[in-house]
Design a protein around this ligand. Structure first.
Ligand code: ATP
Ligand code: MG
Ligand code: ZN
Length: 357
């Protein structure tokens, strides 16, 4: 059976992990010196390596190699990668039994490791823990058992109570840069016996917006279509859903190119995209442009890669704050009116006409 790239290319050692050097440095050191904490909180956007790193840390704390740990080769490392190591438990807080698992954990933690040196509990999607589960976990974190490490992974640390935060070492995962991702994708394409144009891989990386998993999934879809990937292949696969479309239609509106804007809109609909969804996405793009324009440091507010923020900045240079505000208002009004309209498309077209006036 074919295994998705993002699963077959999960890093087995720290050196294979992309873009998280600040975290790798800390964890490598702690593993080497035995100075690891009892509880960690891994935060950051989806697909940036939180679960992967949690497993790497679990391996590092149980690896039997004399050299660099984790080695990825010893019995412990391999068993952890396969999910069959008794002392490493993964709990998915998003699933129903997350709560039961946390309760069970409270009793179980008092026993020493069976096979390895350290028991590791990886609590994935920790922000999904119920209040009851959170409280149960808190009790355990308050009296951390010997030789036990907890790793909470979450995309949404704000949802976890301060009491949990204060007991964990927090590590923030960064979005991976396009350059680093595109370079790795080139290696993967080669290793799998395929080929790709460099600009095709850059486009995939740009659309991944910092998430390696999203990038690998897109790469996978491209490879399913053929052994060689060109930029046009990627554009075709992305369809009009890619960020390029929002850039393009906004460019038209900024230039008051009415025919151009209406054409992009028509293409979007011809590709089967829904009027309302497209309009919402486009509004989000305009809102991002506005943020980039009015904020000195928009990175904290905008959930986007540094490169995509740079692209927004370039486009926003040609845009006037008032004009952007006007466009957002026009679209938002058209959207709310379109709820009762037989043809939402017409209302959005009217809004585009007014923007271009
Ligand atoms: N920093 C990275 N370096 C290399 N590969 C990565 C990295 N981050 C993610 N990947 C790839 O994406 C896959 C999924 O990564 P992982 O499960 O660690 O992400 P995550 O941060 O836990 O995401 P989520 O928040 O959705 O759970 C990995 O198997 C790997 O192929
Ligand atoms: Mg994860
Ligand atoms: Zn090992």
């Amino acid at each position: 059976m074919y295994q998705a790239l993002y699963r077959s290319f999960r890093p087995e050692t720290f050196d294979a992990l992309l873009g998280q050097e600040h975290i790798v440095r800390i964890l490598k050191n702690q593993i080497k010196n035995g100075t690891n904490a009892h509880a960690y909180m891994f935060c950051g956007t989806r697909g940036t390596g939180k679960t992967t790193t949690a497993r790497l840390l679990a391996k590092g704390l149980n690896c039997t190699s004399e050299g660099e740990r984790p080695c990825g080769k010893c019995e412990a490392c391999r068993a952890i990668a396969a999910g069959s190591f008794l002392d490493v438990t993964e709990i998915d807080a998003a699933s129903n039994n997350g709560v039961d698992d946390v309760r069970m954990l409270r009793e179980e933690v008092n026993f020493p490791p069976v096979l390895g040196r350290t028991k590791v509990y990886i609590i994935d999607e920790a922000h999904m823990l119920s209040t009851a589960a959170c409280n149960a976990l808190l009790k355990t974190l308050e009296e951390p058992p010997k030789d036990t490490v907890f790793i909470l992974a979450t995309t949404d640390p704000g949802k976890l109570p301060a009491t949990i935060h204060s007991r964990c070492i927090r590590l923030d995962f960064r979005r991976v840069s396009e350059k680093v991702m595109a370079e790795r994708f080139a290696e993967i394409v080669r290793e799998t016996g395929n080929s790709a144009d460099p600009d095709a891989l850059s486009l995939i990386a740009a659309n991944a917006d910092g998430s390696v998993r999203d990038g690998l999934s897109l790469l996978d879809r491209c490879l399913a279509a053929g052994e060689h990937i060109s930029r046009d292949d990627v554009l075709f696969l992305l369809g009009m859903a890619g960020v390029e479309t929002h850039m393009k239609i906004t460019d038209c509106v900024l230039k008051k190119d009415l025919a151009g804007a209406l054409k992009v809109f028509a293409q979007v609909l011809a590709e089967g995209k829904e009027t309302v969804q497209f309009t919402k996405d486009w509004m989000e793009h305009l809102r991002n442009l506005l943020m980039v324009k009015v904020l000195d440091d928009p990175a904290g507010i905008l959930n986007l890669s540094a490169e995509n923020i740079e692209r927004l900045r370039a486009q926003s240079a040609a845009a006037d704050t008032e004009f952007l505000r006007g466009c957002i208002t026009l679209l938002s009004r058209a959207l709310s009116e379109s709820r009762y309209a037989p043809k939402p498309r017409t209302l959005i077209e009217l809004a585009i006409i007014r923007m271009c006036r």
